[in-house]
Design a protein around this ligand. Sequence first.
Ligand code: SF4
Length: 332
Amino acid sequence: MIKDNYGRAVSYLRLSITDRCNLNCFYCRPCRNTRFIPHNEILTYEDMFYLLEVVSRMDVQKVRLTGGEPFVRRDILYFLNRLKNSFPELDIRLTTNATLIAGKIRALKDIGIKGLNISLDTLDREKYQRITGRDFLNNVLTSIDRCLEVGIRVKINVVALKGVNDHELEDFVNMALSRPLDVRFIEFMPIGQKTLWQKEHFWSSDEILQSAQKITELKPVADKDMNHGPARIYSLPQGQGRIGVISPLSNHFCLTCNRFRITADGRLRTCLFSDKDYRLLPLIRSPRINNDQLKKVLERAGLKKPMGHEIMGRNNKDRKSICERVMSSIGG
Ligand code: SF4
């Protein structure tokens, strides 16, 4: 098992399978000429199988595939199918912008993908185009309903942006009232060298909950009934879905953090806020390194897993961003 010096056990891996994305969200890729990782430095599917072979024997139970946008990666359905067959005990999830899943939803269900986290920051078509640079909103909404039809659980991740989507709170609450899905508002984090994070854009979880309570009744869902990670979730007695908030800035959850991240170029990041990463790719591809040696590297790195809120406290004092690397190349 991977455990850190604070006694936190790592049971959840977020694996970025590409840093490419077909959208250009202004807060994620602030500058248009983002340098992508060269193809030969990106983890191959075989590299990922080897990695998962190792971590699945170290008590990692859940793996979330992220990007960039994972569905821009070729043959992803083949990869997912092999993953499910090779690691039936692993809980495999995906985070996607849902613009490329339309013809794949039935296949995802058949492969055994139980849940999708879908990034969606607005329900307004024009604004969607302004935020992402593409006119794909209707396509995303259709795919969300199709996922629910086939029984794939859907969690909507909304980056909470004051002055951008705060006046759409009611629309998002109505979406959760009318559909059996979760809408979670994630506090905007100053991640990445050129982040556009501004204090005036910051919309805190408490503000969101106070406003949502004026729209409909919110009933806290007890922790024991959830394996929802850092989200605080509320059921809606008048509706089918739930509302949630994720508050890394105003109410951090570092004390119970159970996650590792591996970037698409095979760098282990033990904390989202820490730029200290470990190059695993040369080790994965080296014939001289075996499973046990790779396990040792992961264990040693795990021991030094930091408390992110401490990094935030330190870095936020003298610079704008908490860390240098942009979110699209970390995998969220
Ligand atoms: S900031 Fe770091 S330690 Fe805190 S919850 Fe996120 S990944 Fe975990």
